[in-house]
Design a protein around this ligand. Structure first.
Ligand code: CP
Length: 314
């Protein structure tokens, strides 16, 4: 059975921590692993992307593989070809497939029929690859994740949900503040091995109290452009210096990007000294390389052959 990565809950707590360790190793020596030598990975984009596409495409190349980037609008799937048939064909051509899509049901169907790993590059409900980079970034700053408090302020969207799933799996206490109507579901299922906690509230200052990192995301995500009420409802949740002052000493800001300075985050925070946002964007590549190694090794710890000709670092 192939290993899939659709929500992040497919990982055990030990696998998540090992993945973050491996991501740090690969960040220190980006060309050290040839895990994808001679193999191809399909990346299907149904929606816009900057970071996800670049980080996967470059990361796959650094692992010695080849990325086949597909716009779903140009595929037969856009003309009605079944997801099942697409899965069967992809499984005979590439080693793994990532999909940036809408409803999670399509992603689950692709995984159901694929004999290769399927990974989620963003769906309506989840963005687990983003959460891997978020955790890697927090761990770089704080040393470990267990028992740390992390806050998310704003729309209770796919980014918030994945942070809750993977943050609690890493042992973190995740607090999410959102206005009524924009909250994560109270009964959100956390992974069975989650040792952290999830707190949902309305008050942004309550959520950030004691938090080492404060995250946010856009107020209007892809496909929500017609919802005129969003900006008004989410305005009290802007991530600014005053909100960071209400968090733990030396707390820093995270944002998955793209950002809208003046809306969900101020320019002072986005480009200032109290953020790790640009590091977080780079960490997408390192975390996803570790993920691909894990998925393509069938879940066993990957014994990466060292390509001495490739050098130890880029
Ligand atoms: N954070 C993120 O997924 O960025 P892109 O939409 O640019 O891929």
């Amino acid at each position: 059975m192939p290993r899939h990565f659709l929500t992040g809950a497919e990982l055990s707590a030990a696998e998540l921590l090992a993945l973050l360790d491996r991501a740090a190793e690969l960040k220190a020596a980006p060309l050290r692993s040839r895990a994808l030598a001679g193999r191809s990975v399909a990346l299907i984009f149904e929606k816009h992307s900057t970071r996800t596409r670049i980080s996967f495409e470059v990361g796959i190349q650094e692992l010695g593989g080849h990325a086949v980037v597909l716009r779903s609008g140009e595929m037969q799937i856009a003309r009605g070809e079944a997801i099942r048939d697409t899965a069967l064909v992809l499984s005979r051509q590439v080693a793994a497939v990532g999909w940036r899509t809408g409803p999670d049901e399509g992603l689950r169907e692709l995984a159901r029929y694929a004999s290769i790993p399927v990974f989620n590059m963003l769906s309506e409900l989840h963005h687990p690859c983003q959460a891997l980079a978020d955790l890697l970034t927090v761990r770089e700053v704080c040393g470990s994740l267990d028992g740390l408090r992390i806050a998310y302020v704003g729309d209770g969207n796919n980014v918030a949900r994945s942070l809750a799933v993977l943050g609690t799996l890493a042992g973190m206490h995740v607090a999410v503040a959102s206005p009524p109507g924009y909250s994560l579901e109270q009964d959100l299922a956390l992974p069975p091995e989650a040792s952290g906690t999830l707190t949902l509230c309305e008050d942004a200052r309550e959520a950030v109290a004691g938090a080492q990192a404060v995250c946010t995301d856009v107020w209007v995500s892809m496909g929500q452009e017609g919802d005129a009420d969003r900006v008004g409802a989410l305005s009290p949740y802007r991530l600014d210096d005053a909100l960071l002052d209400a968090a733990a000493p030396d707390a820093f800001a995270l944002h998955c990007l793209p950002a809208h300075p003046g809306q969900e985050i101020t320019a002072e925070v986005l480009y200032g000294q109290r953020q790790r946002i640009w590091e977080q964007a780079e960490n997408r590549r390192h975390a996803q390389k570790a993920l691909l190694e894990l998925l393509l090794s069938g879940g066993e710890p990957y014994a990466a052959p060292v390509d001495s000709a490739a050098g130890a670092s880029a």
